[in-house]
Design a protein around this ligand. Structure first.
Ligand SMILES: [Mg+2]
Length: 258
């Protein structure tokens, strides 16, 4: 492990915009899960507005599969109550929707990862092309080395898919942790015990709040990536310890971020 300070980055919504792929793979995972019931759905090409609106609440990959199912359901819960009411009790509504379908998070996650593995094996370039790095972000990550800083990726995505994408963008983080490594606060706790961390950049405010409430991580500089999948209210009244990071600021030297 290097002695250089480490800056840790979330992946989806911070380094890469994979909205097209999230929708496509979540729909295919739904198809896979529904095939047993004899149900057939088309995968709509266009990402529905509802999916984009729901994305900021999504924490784990399996939730995308559930959202794709809810969005394609006729006269279902989401259609009846709308996105705003759904996200007002997001966890409870997810629980109800899983129960109604007799699905488990693990089953959904496996279906999603199966779709991604198949897509990578069958047509890697088409799968990769459903993702876009955010403008200027890869260049900025590469330039961190000149400031004496190493960078790492910490994501709830599978490690193998993240590694493929990083490779396609010609990005080589010092460390890479997928969901297999444990929760983000747990991984950060292990890292901070071993080396100096100069910050965590993430686009999910709830994750930053959990990190700051974790013993040993209270003083970790936390940055909310403004260019990512933010909820409409996230920019207002940020909790103490969380700083909003705009792309222009991200492009500036690290010493000027705070
Ligand atoms: Mg994210």
């Amino acid at each position: 492990m290097s002695n250089r300070p480490l800056l840790v980055f979330d992946f989806d919504g911070v380094i890469v915009d994979g909205m097209e792929e999230y929708w496509w793979s979540a729909c295919l995972a739904c198809l896979r899960l529904s095939a047993a019931d004899g149900m057939r759905h088309q995968v709509p090409n266009r990402v529905p507005d509802g999916f984009r609106q729901l994305r900021p609440w999504i924490h784990h990959g399996w939730e995308m599969v559930l959202m794709a199912s809810l969005l394609q359901e006729r006269d279902g819960l989401l259609q009846r109550i709308g996105v705003d009411a759904f996200v007002a009790a997001y966890s409870e509504h997810c629980r109800q929707a899983l129960e109604a379908r007799d699905w488990s998070p693990q089953q959904l996650q496996e279906a999603l990862e199966h779709v991604r593995h198949s897509a990578m094996a069958e047509d890697r370039s088409t799968w990769l092309n459903r993702h876009r790095p955010f403008a200027g972000v890869p260049q900025r990550l590469r330039s961190l080395a000149s400031e004496g800083v190493d960078w790492a990726v910490l994501t709830t995505k599978g490690r193998a898919f993240t590694a493929e994408l990083l490779d396609a963008f010609d990005l080589q983080p010092a460390l890479l942790f997928g969901h297999e490594a444990g929760s983000k606060p747990d991984v950060l706790q292990r890292l901070i015990a071993e080396q100096s961390l100069c910050g965590f950049v993430e686009d999910r405010l709830a994750t930053l709040e959990t990190v700051l409430a974790t013993p040993g991580l209270r003083s970790l500089p936390c940055f909310l990536a403004e260019w990512g999948y933010l909820r409409p209210s996230d920019r207002q009244a940020l909790p103490q310890g969380v700083q909003l990071l705009a792309l222009t600021q991200f492009a500036a030297p690290l010493a000027d971020w705070t």
